[in-house]
Design a protein around this ligand. Sequence first.
Ligand SMILES: C[S@@+](CC[C@H](N)C(=O)[O-])C[C@H]1O[C@@H](n2cnc3c(N)ncnc32)[C@H](O)[C@@H]1O
Length: 275
Amino acid sequence: MMTLRKFQTAAALLTVSLMGSAWAATTAPEPSTEEFVPTVGQSGKDVIWVPTPQSLVDKMLDMAGLTAEDKLVDLGSGDGRTVITAAKRGAMARGIEYNPDMVALSRSAARREGVSDRAVFEQADIFESDFSEATVVTLFLLPNLNLRLKPILLDMAPGTRVVSNSFTMGDWDPDETGEAEGCSSYCIAYKWVVPAKVEGSWKLPDGELQLTQKYQKVEGSLLRGSEKVAITDGRLEGANIRFKVGDDEYTAKVTGKQMQGKINGQGEWSASQVG
Ligand SMILES: C[S@@+](CC[C@H](N)C(=O)[O-])C[C@H]1O[C@@H](n2cnc3c(N)ncnc32)[C@H](O)[C@@H]1O
């Protein structure tokens, strides 16, 4: 779509060439070096552009615990500020943005900031893109778009951190809520850690664990001999599960169909998923 600024530039160039074609023939018009100037509230494919305040960008990356080992993707990356900030912190960062003018703007900002080797931008629809490699996902979209993304996010590797400006994920409660200081609008962020999938039956050397799961919350029971005890305080943080059986606290790391860990920080225990 031609913007008003581009239209005005094109119209001015056309006027010059029509005013004196011989002169125009020897003096080729300079290509426009003017940069696209975005407008807050400009339309976007599924949501308008409103930038995340820089203080909240910083807060969101803090909440994600972003490190130089991470691969961040910003879904609907706007002017590229989250991607560029993540790259400045040493992470590999990728923006997916539908508006080509915003992509061009982001690329030149990344060049200016000296991070174009780590901050990449692609013009694409987030709903047509594969970002399964990311370890951190940031987004500032809309509640209904978050709900469309939720099953895709839940299928990412356990431990992937998802941080959203202002909008939640329906019945998937956030693991953390944060607020940026010195910020006047759109100042709240929510963080989720993609939980491992543990629902089902798990065989222990001396018993069986039955688990049900709603996102990061886990319920169920442990059968030992003929005694069946309900588990309490069951919770997942990525691949790490913890729950109580009576006074005993079980912690473990889930790797596919295996979990292995400690009871009260000492005795080892393990289980294999059987159903
Ligand atoms: C509210 S802005 C957030 C921009 C940026 N993430 C930030 O936090 O500053 C949403 C962005 O998503 C883009 N967008 C809307 N629908 C999209 C889609 N289906 N695929 C990719 N980008 C999209 C818009 O153009 C806009 O730049």
